[in-house]
Design a protein around this ligand. Structure first.
Ligand code: NI
Length: 388
């Protein structure tokens, strides 16, 4: 199979589909029109499918032989962002935008369906194409897909994500940690309010909270080993009501991103210790809660990663592979790890000659649509390699 020729056949259709999705984005869990569009395409192609969740579809292509089952996953939801790209196919849904490239993921997966539908004889097993809802917000669409039981027979699942800070034509297929697990950090500092002119009669929650923010900084840098890396960020600190009133209560909210149980177990204990001891040194008190609230870490299986790297080179040549740093972002793709080993592949979508690059989730995000040839081509070639 010459993958570049294969992707070229469906290139225009794929771009048209992506633009249609981009123009009509839908929020997490509300991907009704998107799902209908995918279903219609599948029916046109005569491909069987199941609908295990309210929105979302799993298309199924059975090869010539009974064998293993491989899953390919694309997420389909958009974000509550007002688009500012000025593109002619900009979102017509106010305040909703495909600002994370999930439109490209969905269109690429459909492109892979079309390619593989012509190569059933090379599939010695079954491919399940997972068009997944609700990646951006909980409840997780991946979790619902897992709970449906429709993917229980998968022996591996491959996910893709476009990257706006990685040049188009590059692919990252790397073993080990890729996307972080996340926990919410909540701290309430209780002091005693009083007059700003007589602080000695009060216990200042603002001062205690400020000290807590500073002292938390050494948990990551002094208490965690390199094996158990993590980040800890305090995003909000709210305290006080007026310039001349000593605040009696301060509330801090933050997030921890991590890759191992050891790391989060240590952070839970340490945040509690540092916040409470710091508060008490200022005669205040701290209530602390650190709860793993997001999804687990995405850890790429070593064997699948090695296989994926070979696939990428075979499909696109020696120069295609590149390194992309371990991320502090959270992805619900990790939920599929409850079923089987995973491979999460990053696809370059940046092109400085065509447009200015903005980060994912930006209202100005643009992608080079050629990235879909790489996404679809990789998935299709990986399927063939996996079964042969
Ligand atoms: Ni995303």
């Amino acid at each position: 199979m010459d993958i570049l020729k294969e992707t070229a056949v469906f290139k225009e259709e794929t771009i048209a589909l992506r633009r249609q999705l981009h123009k009509n984005p839908e929020l997490s869990g509300k991907e009704f029109a998107t799902t209908e569009l995918i279903v219609k395409e599948l029916e046109k192609l005569g491909i069987s499918y199941v609908r295990p969740t309210e929105t979302g579809v799993i298309a199924i292509i059975k090869g010539e032989e009974n064998g293993k089952v491989l899953g390919l996953r694309a997420d389909m939801d958009a974000l509550p962002v007002e688009e500012e790209t000025g593109l002619e196919f900009s979102s017509v849904n106010n305040g909703v935008m495909h600002a994370c490239g999930h439109d490209a993921h969905t269109a690429s997966l459909m492109q892979a369906v079309k390619i593989l539908n012509l190569h059933k004889d090379e599939i010695k097993g079954t491919v399940k194409f997972i068009f997944q809802p609700s990646e951006e917000f909980l409840p997780s669409g991946a979790e619902k897909m897992v709970e449906s039981g429709e993917l229980n027979d998968c022996s591996a699942i491959v996910g893709i994500h476009v990257k706006s800070d990685m040049p188009v034509g590059k692919i990252s297929v790397e073993a080990g940690p890729r996307m972080a697990a996340s926990a919410g950090v909540d701290i309430k500092v209780k002091g005693k309010s009083g007059h700003g002119g007589t602080p000695s009669t009060a216990v200042d929650a603002t001062v205690a909270a400020a000290a807590i923010v500073m002292n938390l900084q050494t948990i990551i840098s002094r208490e965690l080993s390199l094996d158990n890396m993590a980040v800890l960020s305090i995003g909000t600190l709210n305290s006080g009501t007026a310039r001349n009133v000593i605040s009696g209560e301060a509330v801090l909210e933050g997030t921890c991103r991590y890759y191992s149980d050891e790391a989060i177990e240590h952070v839970i204990e340490a945040v509690k210790r540092v916040a409470q001891c710091t508060a008490s040194s200022y005669r205040a008190e701290a209530e602390v809660s650190v709860v793993p609230s997001g999804c687990g870490a995405v850890i790429n299986d070593a064997q699948l990663s090695a296989m994926g790297a070979k696939t990428a080179e075979k499909a696109f040549g020696k120069d295609v592979l590149c390194h992309y740093p371990i991320s502090g972002l959270n992805e619900d793709f990790s939920k599929y790890n409850a079923i089987c080993p995973l491979l999460y592949v990053l696809i370059g979508a940046q092109n400085d000659e065509k447009f200015e690059s903005y980060p994912l989730h930006s209202s100005k995000l643009q992608i080079d649509e050629d990235c879909m040839d790489y996404a679809a081509g990789f998935m299709a070639q990986f399927v063939i390699d996996y079964f042969n």
